[in-house]
Every structure is written in structure tokens, then in C-alpha cells.
Design a protein around this ligand. Structure first.
Ligand code: ATP
Ligand code: MG
Length: 250
């Protein structure tokens, strides 16, 4: 890893970049993942590199959905595995949702490396290597486990691809995505879109899971039923417009 002085004004962002580069070096993250990270960074700038009130609300609803689910699954790709392996394990423990590796640029070697990486970070079991079921898609993200994503009712898909998000929704699943780009196909297709950095999101969701575990089922249902994803998306765009206006000195 490159040395980054702790007092560098962009320390957190640069450290994140280092983690993704390290992920590529370890054979966990694809090179295309670097491009996705860059796109995410740009949108993070526009949102002020903080969790907005509407993103926090989406995180709360997402936790309610995971706690209410009968068969929730947390899908893991190469970027998420490089950036937040320990948080994914903690969120899995806090919600009872198993982890499943699912890759766009899939090789069995990379799937196994990510499974091992998650286990090094405390996971006891990770799905994704059975590969015994298919979603209706023409690329590798179609390959899933029958006792994981294939039969799940709620799936959390951080940094997702638009096609698979659509395929999961078409199967009648509730899909939660984490995507800093409110304009992506994924953002527009998911049931709940969290427009926030995956690093901040997972920390918030872990804390919320512990807080909300004690809530009555009816209260959790009320949160989910009152949720409107189009409101979240327009709020994120408005937030970015405000930020640009502020920066332009208006
Ligand atoms: P889509 O396929 O949904 O139209 P896309 O092709 O633009 O989107 P992908 O490469 O498929 O994008 O998915 C990566 C998405 O993840 C991008 O929209 C990017 O903004 C977002 N992203 C990248 N890094 C982060 C991060 N650290 N936190 C949250 N979102 C991120
Ligand atoms: Mg895409």
C-alpha cells in the first residue's frame, strides 16, 4: 500500500482507493471494479461525502426489510469484498442474512478467493460456490446458489449491475441496492436504493440492526410500507444540485 499521511485532506477517500487497488492485487477485485470505484467517488463528491437524511431513511427501511425477511441474502461482489469485508460479516451476523459471492467477471478462482477473504474476516459460512441455479441473464451474474439468492425473498446487492437488479426484481424479490449514482439502471430498478458510500452505509446498517431488533413486527412493516423509492432518488438528485449551486457560489 502507498503511504498516505493521516493529515492529508482526502485521507479517507485515498485510503479507500488503496483498498480497491489492493483488492485487484489480491485477485479479489476485477480491473473493471477500479472504473466503478472512480464513478462512485465522483457521485460521493456531489453528495458531500456524507450520509444524507433520505439515505439514512433508506438504510433504516433496508434494515427493516432484512429483519422481516424469511430468506434474506447479502450479495458480495469484488468491490464490496475489498472495501468492507469485516462490515459485511458483522451485518450478516446482526441480521441473520447469509453472505453469497456473486460476480459479473466470474472465475471460480476469484469466487474462492473472496470466500476465503470473508472467512479471514470472521465469516463462518459463505455461499456462492455451489453455482447450482441460474437467473434469467446472459452473463456470469446469472450463476447463483439455489439455497441462497435463487430462493431469497430479500437481497442486498451493493454496487450492482443494472441487468441483474432487473432480473431479481422480475423474480418477485425485494432488492436493496447501495449505489452512489442515483441515475444508474440499478438505482432506478431496485425496491430500495441507498445513495450513499458502501463504507458509511454498512456501518449505519449494523448499528441500526442492533437498535431495531427489539422493534415490534408491525413497526417494521409500517416503515417498509410507507417507503417511496422515487422520493429517495429525487432527493439525492436535488441534494447534488444544491451542492453544485453552493460550489458555484450562488
Ligand atoms: P448500471 O449497470 O446500474 O446502469 P453502471 O453500469 O453505471 O450501472 P456498474 O459498474 O454496473 O455501474 O455498478 C457500479 C455502481 O456502483 C456505479 O453506479 C457506482 O456509482 C457505484 N459505486 C462505486 N463505488 C461505490 C461505493 N464505494 N459506494 C457506493 N456506490 C459505489
Ligand atoms: Mg452496469
Amino acid at each position: 500500500m502507498s503511504e498516505i499521511p493521516k493529515d492529508h485532506p482526502r485521507y479517507a477517500s485515498l485510503m479507500t482507493r488503496e483498498k480497491i487497488v489492493e483488492g485487484v492485487e489480491l485477485g479479489i477485485t476485477s480491473q473493471q471494479g477500479l472504473v466503478a470505484q472512480g464513478r462512485g467517488e465522483c457521485f460521493d463528491y456531489l453528495i458531500g461525502e456524507q450520509t444524507t437524511a433520505s439515505a439514512f431513511m433508506a438504510e433504516k427501511v433496508a434494515v427493516a426489510m432484512l429483519l422481516l425477511a424469511e430468506h434474506p441474502v447479502l450479495s458480495v461482489n469484488g468491490n464490496a469484498a475489498a472495501l468492507v469485508p469485516d462490515s459485511l460479516v458483522r451485518l450478516s451476523e446482526a441480521t441473520g442474512a447469509p453472505l453469497e459471492v456473486n460476480l459479473f467477471h466470474r472465475t471460480e478462482e476469484r469466487v474462492n478467493r473472496i470466500i476465503e477473504h470473508l472467512k479471514t474476516n470472521g465469516a463462518l459460512e459463505v455461499l456462492g460456490s455451489n453455482a447450482d441455479a441460474r437467473l434469467d441473464l446472459q452473463h456470469s451474474r446469472a450463476i447463483v446458489d439455489s439455497d441462497g439468492i435463487y430462493n431469497a425473498d430479500v437481497v442486498l446487492v451493493p454496487l450492482e449491475d443494472g441487468d441483474r437488479c432487473q432480473a431479481l426484481v422480475d423474480m418477485g424479490k425485494m432488492v436493496i441496492t447501495i449505489d452512489l449514482n442515483p441515475l444508474s439502471r440499478t438505482s432506478r430498478t431496485a425496491t430500495v436504493t441507498i445513495v450513499d458510500n458502501v463504507i458509511r452505509t454498512l456501518e449505519n446498517m449494523i448499528a441500526l440492526s442492533h437498535e431495531m431488533k427489539g422493534l415490534e413486527e408491525a413497526e417494521l412493516r409500517k416503515l417498509v410500507e410507507g417507503y417511496d423509492n422515487s422520493h429517495t432518488l429525487s432527493d439525492a438528485v436535488r441534494q447534488m444540485i444544491r451542492k453544485l449551486e453552493e460550489l458555484s457560489g450562488l
